[in-house]
Design a protein around this ligand. Structure first.
Ligand code: HMG
Ligand code: MG
Length: 297
């Protein structure tokens, strides 16, 4: 392929938000430092949501203030409303992400409002963010299935993705929140989105619950997607999507992309070290098959 592919590392946010055990700020910053050392250039490092809803993200301001400001490294953080945006700006974020859903039930459970209300909120977030020269990324969750409603029609994904794009989100990340997608459903969903939104603006955010995330990435690459979200060691899950496992492991994505001659700028060995740092801190095995294979297990 010989093409550049952008990896958005979401481990410090999506990867850690669902952890029940306390993780201190030193550990979170230590993870980000190691990711940067491995050559990762786009990192979702924090989340300015209600600490009552997601206690693990409570130290986000301090994390953002302490991450290394290395030239060429871009950080973003979730901001569901103006309060979150204000906190993100105060902590020095240059990019925030609003997060909506293609499923009404998931929207209610995750952000306590309807899809319509969420989009109104996001419009104000985007306006104020742009006034302050921040970029805004837009997520659509449940693009390949909802934990409460089951299958989701591609048209519903397109509607929300279009609204986010029209209000000024620079990138639309399509979230298979519960990892129910397969290459066929991924293709159908992308085909629908690509009729209305340039593929260069789309990102794949695939959780790996059923082990098909890498296959879904291959299907997406074939359709021209060149941005993927992933989580080192395959950490993570959404607290409001019970049973969903982590994102596809960044190590596995980098290994796949190397095999296809795609350039990511990431050093796989150092990335595995970053993964092993956070796994030791959490006292668990990696979920990356590549990391396990390269360790000889
Ligand atoms: P709410 O309870 O409806 O908010 O929550 P509210 O506006 O009624 O305010 C209630 C209280 O929350 C007030 O405090 C506010 O100040 C406070 P009180 O006066 O009672 O002391 N509050 C906040 N505090 C800190 N930061 C804020 C904030 N906003 C209000 N930004 C809200 C609405 C959106 C805040 C809540 O539902 C929430 O925080 N939800 C976040 C859920 C979440 O983070 N989920 C995981 C991320 S999404 C995900 O993982 C999916 C993704 O990875 C893609 C995929 O895989 O599909 C992105
Ligand atoms: Mg996610």
């Amino acid at each position: 392929m010989n093409e550049a592919v952008k990896i958005v590392e979401v481990g410090p946010r999506d990867g850690l938000q669902n952890e029940k055990q306390p993780i201190d700020v030193d550990t979170k910053v230590g993870l980000v430092e190691r990711l940067v050392a491995a050559g990762v250039t786009h990192i979702e490092a924090a989340s300015f949501v209600s600490p009552r809803w997601v206690p693990q993200m409570a130290g986000s301001s301090e994390v953002m203030q302490r991450v290394p400001r290395t030239p060429g490294v871009h950080y973003s953080a979730l901001a569901p409303n103006l309060k979150g945006l204000e906190a993100a700006m105060a902590a020095g974020c240059e990019e925030v992400a609003v997060f909506g859903a293609a499923s009404e039930s998931f929207s209610q459970r995750n952000i306590n409002c309807s899809i319509r209300e969420s989009l109104e909120r996001f419009r104000s977030v985007v306006e104020v963010a742009h006034e302050n020269k921040l970029r805004v990324r837009g997520y659509v969750s449940c693009v390949l299935g909802c934990p409460y409603e089951g299958p989701i029609a591609p048209d519903k994904v397109v509607d929300v993705a279009m609204m986010l794009s029209d209000m000024g989100c620079s990138e639309i990340s399509l979230g298979d929140t519960i990892g129910r997608g397969n290459p066929k459903s991924t293709r159908l969903m992308l085909e629908a989105c690509m009729k209305r939104i340039p593929v260069a603006q789309l990102a794949g955010h695939y959780h790996d619950t059923y082990g098909l995330a890498v296959a879904n990435i291959v299907a997406s690459l074939d359709m021209g997607v060149r941005t993927f979200d992933s989580s080192v060691s395959g950490l993570g899950g959404c607290p409001y999507a019970v049973g969903a496992s982590g994102n596809v492991a960044t190590e596995d994505v980098v290994y796949l992309l190397q095999s296809l001659d795609c350039e990511t700028g990431i050093d796989l060995k150092k990335l595995i070290e970053a993964g092993s740092f956070i796994c030791v801190a959490l006292g668990r095995e990696t979920s990356s098959r590549v990391a396990r294979a390269m360790a000889g297990n």
